[in-house]
Every structure is written in C-alpha cells, then in structure tokens.
Design a protein around this ligand. Sequence first.
Ligand SMILES: *Cc1c(COP(=O)(O)O)cnc(C)c1O
Length: 307
Amino acid sequence: MMRSRNQQVNLNILEEKGLILSIKREDEIHPFISGNKYRKLKYNLEKAKEQGLNTLLTFGGAYSNHISALSYAGKMQDFNTIGIIRGEELGQDVNHTLQTNPTLKFAYDNGMRFKFVSREAYREKSAPDFIAKLRLEFGDFYTIPEGGTNELAIKGCEEILTTEDGEFDYICVSVGTGGTISGIINAASDRHTILGFPSLKGAFLQEIINQKTTKLDNWKLIHEYHFGGYAKINEILISFINDFNQQTTIPLDPIYTGKMMFGIMDLVKNNFFKRNSSILAIHTGGLQGIEGMNQRLSKKKLPLIDA
Ligand SMILES: *Cc1c(COP(=O)(O)O)cnc(C)c1O
C-alpha cells in the first residue's frame, strides 16, 4: 500500500507552545496524481475496469485538481477521459482557453475531451436526465462525481493514516466535498480528534460528513478559515503561504492546504491546542493549482505565490 512520509515542522512558536506538528506529505505520492486525488481514484479505476468500461467521465471547475489528476491517471491506465467543465464561455475559443489555463492544457495534453457547460447546466450534473444525454453523446462511461467523492473514494482515503499515526492527538485536513475527511474519520484511532478546515462556506458539510461516516464525536469542522469562499484568497493568505514555504521549505496550495495551515497556526497562536499535544496535518496536494492562481493574481496586480 502506498504511504507518504511525515515531516516534522520546526517553528519557534510550536516550541513555545509545547506542540509537535508534523505534515503527512501526500503531495509527494505522485508528481501528477497528487495527494488525496490519488487515494480517491484508486478503487474507482479498479471498479471501472471490473465493469469493462474504458471511458471515465467526470466534472470539475476550470482549475480543478481532480480534473488534472484524473486526466493523468486515465492516460496511465489506458482510459479515455471526458471532463464536463463548468463555464460555457471557456468553450467559445478553446485554443485561447488552453493557452491561458495550465490545468486544462495539462488535461488536454493527457487526452481528455472537454464539454463546457453553463453554470446552470452544471448544477444539474447528477440528474439522471443530464447523464442520459451525456451517454447519447459519448457512449457508455464510468462516472466519477465532482471532486472524485463517492464511496470508493472514501475507501481509498481510509488508507491515508497508518498505524504509526496512532500516536497523534489531532489530525487536521482540508475539506472540499468532504470525502477525504470522511475516510480519515472512519480510519481514525480512539485517541484522534479530527479537525476539518473547509475551504468554502460550507454549513451543509456537517450533514454530508455525518452521512458518510459512522463516528460522531471524534471530529469537528473549523469554519473560520475559508477566506470568503471557494477559490477566494487575499494578500494575507498569500504572504502566509510564502513565509511558511520559506521557513519550512514546504509548499502549500492556495485553495486547500494553505487555508488549513493558516488555520492551524492561528489556533496554535490562540492556545486552542493543549500543551504537549501532537498534531498531524495532511498535505492533500493541489500544487498544480498554483500556476493558474498566479496567472489570475498577476492580472489583478496582486503578489504571487512563490513556486
Ligand atoms: C480536492 C482536494 C481537497 C478536498 O477533498 P474533499 O475530499 O473534496 O473534501 C483537499 N485538498 C486538496 C489539495 C484537494 O485537491
């Protein structure tokens, strides 16, 4: 089974507060199928093969880590891949879109076919009608939901923690659709408290995660660090990510792990963690998104994220 290393972070404030912080480097699992997306795809691709399907169809935004990961995993394992992408306007001049969007360019180069749909159509993406129309257009395929989250994805994410991680008091993880944290909750030891850091305004996530997990009292969502919503960032977050990278040599992505780590360090400062606690933060990857984010930041004349 694939496992990643735990890297201890040395920062003065951690010593001051009597805390140990390690980062599980899931971002290093694969150069192109990074972090939790690798875990989420593993059993889904096995299932698609079992069902004799050679095309994978999925959904995502224009800078999606999942789209990027799935396009590469599909190429490696000889699947055709189709991406239903949010944003009709991106389909008007596909060449321009590919020139200006490194995520879609990467997926395209891996052989992914795109269908660009309006935001309204995208909202209906799991409706049977919509899927039936896609079958008429593309033939039979194995469907993987947005963000890759389904039962098999959660099963894959149950493999992130290993028995050696049992000694940590806190497991911290960023949350998008809630699949990754669900796997971690299911696999946690009795000692663990799991803290989820949603990167979007997600009051609904509590209920979703409840439905996907069996344990009720070993986890908690911390809603204070989404920075205004999904894909929203500001100069404070950018400078935190750059400082953290400089001090620890660990790169963070702006959408997920940067917000989580900002939250963890803020909680450290505010004495949320008891003295002598140990914290394991999961680096779920997402570094492919930095290039696209920097292009948008430079258009807005904002500081960039150091590569
Ligand atoms: C997709 C993603 C997440 C969110 O995972 P969910 O299972 O959707 O909650 C977190 N971090 C990174 C880097 C991701 O790409």
